[in-house]
Design a protein around this ligand. Structure first.
Ligand SMILES: [Zn+2]
Length: 255
C-alpha cells in the first residue's frame, strides 16, 4: 500500500510512511517512559493527572490544535476514533488544489459525484501537501462500504478537478481484531519533529491551513462504535476509542 502511494505522490516528507508510532501522550508519564518525552503544554502543563487504573501520572493539555504540545495528542485521539470506526478502505486522490477553499469545494463536488454514482461511502479525510514542491495537495480518506471501486473514485476525482490519479486499497487494519488501532497516517505532519519544540513547526502549520484549521473532516455518519453502530460526534468517538484502548480516565491530582 505504502509503495503504491509513494509512487503516486512521492515519499512522505517527515518520515518513512510505515513509521506512524502510536504514542499515548495523555497517558504518557514523564517518569515511566524514558526516551519518549514530548513537549509540556504551556497552558495546562502545570496540572497533574493520575490514571486511577495504573497509577501513571501525566501533565495537563489545553487541546488547542495550534499548541505545539497538544496537536499530536489530538491527532492521535482523532486517529484512534478513526480506528474505532474500522474503515474498510484507504483512498487517495492526488491533485485536490492549492489552498483550503479550493480543496473544500473540490471535496464537496467529489462526494456529490460519488453519491450520484450510487457509491454509498462515508469517510474521514485529511489533506497533505504533495512532496513535489508544486504547492498541490492530496487527500487520504478512510472509507466505509462493502465496495469502493477505484474506477468510481477516479471518475469522481476527475469530475471534481482533483486529478486523474487516484488509488483505493483495503485499509488492512492489522493486529488483534479486538484492538482499536490509531490511524494517524494522514496526519504525519502533526508529530513534533523533536521533544524540544517550543512553537508550532512549519509542516504542522501548513497542515492546519490546508485542512481549514482542523485535523481532518468526516462525512456525516462516519463515526462508529466498536460494534459498528453510528456515533454522532468526534468527541463521543474519541472517548470510546480511548476507553477501548485502555487509556480512558485521568483524574486531576491535587498534589
Ligand atoms: Zn496545549
Amino acid at each position: 500500500m505504502v509503495q503504491r502511494l509513494t509512487r503516486m505522490i512521492g515519499p512522505p516528507q517527515n518520515q518513512p510512511a510505515t513509521d506512524v508510532p502510536v504514542l499515548d501522550l495523555y497517558g504518557h508519564t514523564e517518569t515511566g517512559s524514558p526516551g519518549r518525552r514530548w513537549p509540556i503544554c504551556p497552558r495546562k502543563g502545570h496540572l497533574k493527572f493520575v490514571n486511577p487504573a495504573t497509577g501513571a501520572v501525566t501533565t495537563g493539555r489545553c487541546r488547542v490544535l495550534t499548541c505545539h504540545a497538544c496537536i499530536w495528542p489530538e491527532a492521535l485521539n482523532f486517529g484512534a476514533a478513526i480506528g474505532l470506526a474500522k474503515p474498510r478502505w484507504l483512498g487517495t486522490i492526488t491533485q485536490v488544489g492549492f489552498a483550503w477553499p479550493e480543496i473544500q469545494r473540490r471535496m464537496m463536488h467529489f462526494r456529490k459525484v460519488l453519491n450520484r454514482a450510487e457509491v454509498p461511502v462515508e469517510y474521514a479525510w485529511h489533506v497533505e501537501p504533495n512532496p513535489d514542491g508544486t504547492g498541490q495537495h492530496h487527500v487520504h480518506f478512510w472509507a466505509h462500504g462493502n465496495a469502493l471501486p477505484k474506477s468510481a473514485v477516479t471518475a469522481a476525482a476527475v469530475a471534481s478537478g482533483a486529478g486523474a490519479v487516484a488509488d483505493v486499497t483495503p485499509a488492512h487494519v492489522t493486529g488483534d481484531a479486538a484492538e482499536v488501532p490509531t490511524l494517524a497516517y494522514g496526519m504525519k505532519a502533526c508529530r513534533p519533529p523533536h521533544a524540544e519544540v517550543t512553537s508550532l513547526w512549519p509542516e504542522a502549520r501548513h497542515f492546519l491551513d490546508a485542512n481549514g484549521g482542523r485535523l481532518g473532516r468526516t462525512t456525516k455518519g462516519f463515526w462508529r462504535d466498536a460494534a459498528g453502530a453510528p456515533l454522532r460526534t468526534l468527541r463521543e468517538a474519541v472517548r470510546m476509542a480511548r476507553s477501548e484502548q485502555g487509556r480512558g480516565d485521568w483524574l486531576l491530582s491535587a498534589a
